[in-house]
Design a protein around this ligand. Structure first.
Ligand code: ATP
Ligand code: MG
Length: 227
């Protein structure tokens, strides 16, 4: 699915250069789950952005199903983002004036899906995250965990191959954290998604089949045979 070879990402700020990622090699197979941990500023979000085509590496290649994302034109990269990759962030960024279903539909607009089909698929995605009864609620009328589940529905409604989550439970209290994690876990299992998640939650990391620790731009991956 993914093969990263010697991937570096450098940010230049005036005279200062920051090596956010420093010559990383990594493979992620189709249907894998990779949990990413590490200290703040280590390069976790940078890695997710590169995997999702939100940014390009300074050097190195990021091959996704035979295509090097580092070499794609901006237009082609935009297409990959719209069709292949679903993103979930710590802050769910829902549009407050749109109801749950309309928020989910926004992911299908750039794909040219017709309104009737959009509504049907959005309702289905919301059902799959357990919000079939909340289609017409505004974000302000939903709990934090429910709002994050709307954001997850928005990420998966286009039926992406890859789901990337950057601290998806970071803004939630413990009950809601479990609720959101179990939704993500079951989507990963049921849909055969390739799933990469950054988390500070060590209980989640212990359960992960594969764990990557990123520290000062360097990565170390370990397999967990027990998971
Ligand atoms: N757009 C940018 N311009 C300049 N430097 C940046 C930029 N984005 C990230 N950095 C720097 O790159 C390094 C890695 O940042 P990154 O956001 O990937 O860390 P992180 O592991 O996700 O941290 P956190 O746990 O705090 O979210 C940091 O030193 C950060 O300051
Ligand atoms: Mg981060």
């Amino acid at each position: 699915m993914y093969t990263l070879t010697s991937v570096s990402k450098r940010y230049r700020r005036g005279k200062q250069t920051i090596n956010a990622l420093d010559s990383i090699d990594l493979t992620i197979d189709r249907g894998d789950q990779l949990v990413v941990q590490g200290p703040t500023g280590g390069g976790k979000s940078t890695l997710l952005q590169l995997l999702g085509g939100l940014d390009r590496p300074t050097t190195g290649s990021i091959v996704l199903d035979g295509t090097d994302l580092a070499k794609l034109s901006e237009a082609k990269l935009t297409k990959v983002r719209a069709t292949t990759v679903g993103f979930v962030f710590q802050s769910w960024n829902l549009i407050p004036t749109l109801n749950a279903r309309e928020n989910v539909e926004t992911a299908l607009v750039p794909l040219g899906v017709r309104p009737g089909e959009r509504r049907r698929r959005a309702a289905q995605a919301l059902e799959s995250v357990g919000l079939g009864e909340r289609l017409t609620h505004l974000p302000g009328e939903l709990s934090g965990g429910q709002q994050q589940r709307v954001a997850i529905a928005r990420a998966i409604v286009k039926e992406p191959k890859v789901l990337l989550a950057d601290e998806p439970t970071g803004n939630l209290d413990e009950d809601m954290r479990d609720e959101v994690m179990s939704v993500l876990e079951s989507l990963w299992r049921e849909r055969g998604l390739t799933f990469v998640m950054v988390t500070h939650d060590s209980a989640i990391a212990r359960r992960a089949p594969r764990l990557a620790v990123i520290r000062k731009g360097r990565i170390k991956v370990s397999e967990n045979a027990a998971a």
